[in-house]
Design a protein around this ligand. Structure first.
Ligand code: ZN
Ligand code: ZN
Ligand code: FE
Length: 765
């Protein structure tokens, strides 16, 4: 090679990595990968991108890039890597450096979600030799709080609720050491410098602090008392799940008579003793997202108190996901009920004073601490089928991870619907969904909703160009959207509820062109002003055509029917024959009540017409004697689902008639079905068989509608598809017939997904 240098010429690359790359140990990973290969340069956070420059020998650069692509940190998610060659820097320093975050541009949407405690941190907590032995706020770059403590971006400690805790010398040394697992772990803490536990009585007087607080709280739970626990994203109510009277007391005080409670269990082995757990389910329970999973109970399992989930073949179970939960579960040494810290449907408490004020009449003791919760993040809930996880409530572990959209577009804010509300913001090629906000029934929950909107817009420094809301004129969310659109002087786009259900699934799966959407649901405001809920919509672009719906019937008393399935049953029977209605309904109402309701039906007063499939479920459940009056929406449908004897494959008749007009939607006539239910009841046919025939009839209806529509892609959305049996049977019938079936998966099928459908449609407007 003559006089030329023996080593190959140096190269220098500028690399931009986009995705979930902050708060997941990405910069330390880059640092170590570069140093190991003798590369010089730097790495820095910038908005949702990590910027890197590396210089060195070509083979080392190639190897570095391969490592970046193939073995990123476990919690990172790389969406794109952009690389370009740049001029070699002569006399470059030999070292590789981590630069301070310098970005001043608006943050992009890739913010990490809260992560369950990792194995390494758990081992430290359990080891008496470690300085973090039994420390409930232990975390590292692979685990710990994120979205629940981040106030702003870039993600650095001063912009988290850990800012008030000054690191001790030991923590600072770990934080500054590139070889350490806690290098740049923003929520780093230890017993000397970090947050501290306190146990309070219901009046706020301190009973104990530190480890004694935890042990005393565990004793109280073991003694059957109710504890309020300041968890990761809000307060939780905890009670011994084996103690029937304690669980019943919690139900009574929380004013939640029937709705199932979630459980926390110390280990997978404990879960397996109570429930059937597949390997996919086991992996998800133990994953960093650590959701509540709905698992089938074992008949031979140990006795969880019946009051935990009355009449329900599933148990909602999660594993501990913070050191605090791990330590508490070990000390309690039995399964506990672990449910959101709220009264009835109100918002979850996040601050100690608020918790004392609102939960003081429910909890006996309060286990709290001094690390503030920046925003409420409830536990996520889902179930696993053949294709993996399906979320029914999307919050901790998932919010604010963006949902990728097929193309970029304008910035749109969507305020969601009314029940199970979430808020969404579309930014560039992503939509960010808030954590589950809940039902907007009370002034307190409407305030939380407004804060969730302001938080999302403020956090991402977004300037919405459009606002989207439901078509319902009287929703609190609609009124908020109207005032925001006026204040910002941007267009307001009103999206029909069931169109939004279908669109949410289209957005999630990136579907373009025409699809047949079956939005089978409770209730939503229809384009014609009636109450919709069993809609077959052909959706394309920003528009939809209503292809079919169940025959309409009147709901005596309107919204009151949601809590009284017997009213839906009366409305359905009245459509068939008023005398039949009077005869059957005599068991449900006093003669005076029945007279009033029948006269309302005759005159059509306070009795809106509906095509809701959810209300048809209610009606059939009531006809089966299952749930004439309920305490939460969907309770009667759940009872009917759980009653099904799955060996029965035959279906009730549910013919799809042509409507009178040549252009109007087709009508599914349920009258022969209801008559068959009455005949079966009279003949003493089992409720299990009746329930099976009803579910099968709906699966056949889905197929008949799809065949008539002649569109190969079918989207199944709406709250009815939280019914696992209905979802599975409809999917099977359609798939077997050659249709491509799409279900919501990462976004709830019910009203928790509405906001995503709203932004997706409003963008195309
Ligand atoms: Zn960790
Ligand atoms: Zn420390
Ligand atoms: Fe809905």
């Amino acid at each position: 090679m003559g006089k030329r240098d023996a080593s190959p010429p140096l190269g220098r690359w500028r690399i931009a990595v986009r995705g979930i790359v902050q708060g997941v140990g990405f910069r330390p990973f880059v640092y170590n990968a570069a140093r190991a290969r003798g590369l010089s340069g730097w790495v820095a956070n910038e908005a949702d991108t990590v910027q890197i420059e590396v210089q060195g020998e070509p083979a080392a650069l190639d190897d570095f890039l391969k490592t970046l692509e193939s073995t990123p940190p476990p919690r990172a998610r790389i969406d794109a890597i952009h690389r370009e060659a740049v001029a070699v820097v002569e006399n470059a320093r030999a070292s590789f450096e981590i630069c301070a975050s310098t970005a001043h541009s608006a943050p992009g949407p890739a913010i990490p979600a809260d992560l369950a405690t990792c194995e390494a941190c758990l081992a430290e907590i359990e080891s008496a030799r470690e300085r973090r032995h039994r420390y409930p706020f232990t975390n590292c770059t692979n685990c710990g709080p994120r979205w629940s403590i981040i106030q702003g971006l870039p993600y650095d400690r001063p912009r988290t609720s850990m800012a008030r805790f000054e690191m001790c010398p030991d923590c600072r040394a770990e934080y500054s050491d590139p070889a350490d697992r806690r290098f740049h772990a923003q929520p780093i803490a230890c017993p000397r410098c970090g947050p501290r536990l306190r146990l309070l009585d219901a009046l706020g007087a301190e009973l104990a602090d530190g480890d004694a607080a935890l042990r005393q709280c565990a004793e109280a739970i073991r003694a059957g008392r109710i504890a309020a626990l300041k968890g990761l994203g809000g307060f939780q109510l905890v009670v011994d799940a084996l103690d029937e009277s304690a669980v019943a007391r919690l139900r009574d005080r929380k004013r939640r008579p029937d709705r199932p409670f979630a459980l926390m269990m110390a280990s997978l082995d404990d879960v397996r003793r109570c429930c059937h757990v597949s390997s996919a389910e086991a992996n998800l329970l133990a994953a960093p997202e650590a959701p509540i999973l709905l698992l089938r109970r074992r008949d031979d399992g140990p006795g969880v108190a019946p009051a935990v989930a009355p009449g329900n073949p599933y148990l909602g179970v999660m594993l501990p996901y913070t050191p605090l939960h791990h330590l508490l579960m070990a000390a309690v040494a039995r399964p506990v009920v672990c449910t959101s810290g709220n009264l009835s449907e109100e918002p979850m408490a996040t601050a100690t004073q608020d918790a004392l004020a609102r939960l003081g009449s429910i909890a006996d003791v309060f286990l709290t601490h001094n690390r503030p919760i920046v925003r409420p993040v409830d536990d996520s809930v889902g179930w696993v089928d053949d294709d993996g996880l399906r979320l029914v409530r999307r919050a901790r572990g998932f919010a604010p991870l963006p949902v990728a959209l097929a193309r970029p577009g304008p910035t749109v804010l969507a305020v969601g619907g009314h029940l199970k509300n979430t808020v969404a913001l579309a930014l560039e090629h992503h939509a960010v969904l808030s954590a589950h906000v809940g039902d907007l029934e009370s002034p307190a929950s409407r305030e939380v909703h407004q804060r969730a909107v302001e938080d999302l817009v403020g956090f991402f420094q977004a300037t919405p160009e459009r606002v989207a809301c439901d078509l319902h004129p009287d929703y609190a969310s609609t009124r908020l959207a109207e005032s925001l659109a006026a204040a910002w002087n941007v267009p307001l786009i009103r999206v029909q509820h069931h169109h939004a259900h279908v669109a949410a699934c289209m957005a999630e799966h990136g579907l373009d062109g025409a699809v047949l959407g079956l939005a089978w649901d409770g209730t939503g405001y229809g384009a014609d002003g009636t109450v919709w809920g069993g809609e077959a919509l052909v959706c394309e672009g920003t528009g939809f055509t209503r292809l079919a719906h169940p025959r309409t019937f009147r709901l005596p008393g309107g919204d009151r029917a949601v809590r009284e399935p017997r009213r839906s049953a009366l409305g359905v029977l009245f459509e068939i024959d008023p005398d039949t209605a009077r005869r059957h309904a005599a068991a449900w109402f006093t003669p005076a009540e029945l007279d009033t309701l029948l006269s309302m039906l005759r005159q059509g007063s306070s009795s809106p017409l509906t095509s809701s499939l959810g209300r048809l479920f209610d009606a059939v459940a009531a006809l089966c004697g299952l749930a004439p009056v309920i305490s939460f929406e969907g309770q009667a449908a759940m009872a009917l689902e759980f009653a099904v004897d799955p060996q029965h494959q035959e279906a009730y008749p549910l013919p799809l008639d042509e409507s009178g007009s040549p252009v109007g939607p087709r009508v599914a006539d349920w009258r022969p079905l209801v008559e068959a239910v009455l005949a079966d009841r009279a003949a003493g046919v089992s409720v299990g068989r009746i329930a099976a025939r009803f579910h099968n009839a709906l699966a056949e209806l889905a197929l008949a509608i799809a065949r008539g529509a002649g569109i190969s892609r079918v989207v199944l959305g709406g709250g009815c598809f939280q019914n696992r049996l209905l979802a599975a049977r409809a999917r099977t019938r359609l798939s077997e017939a050659g249709f491509n079936v799409y279900n919501p998966r990462g976004v709830p099928p019910g009203d928790g997904g509405i906001a995503l459908g709203q932004v997706w449609l409003a963008r195309q407007n």
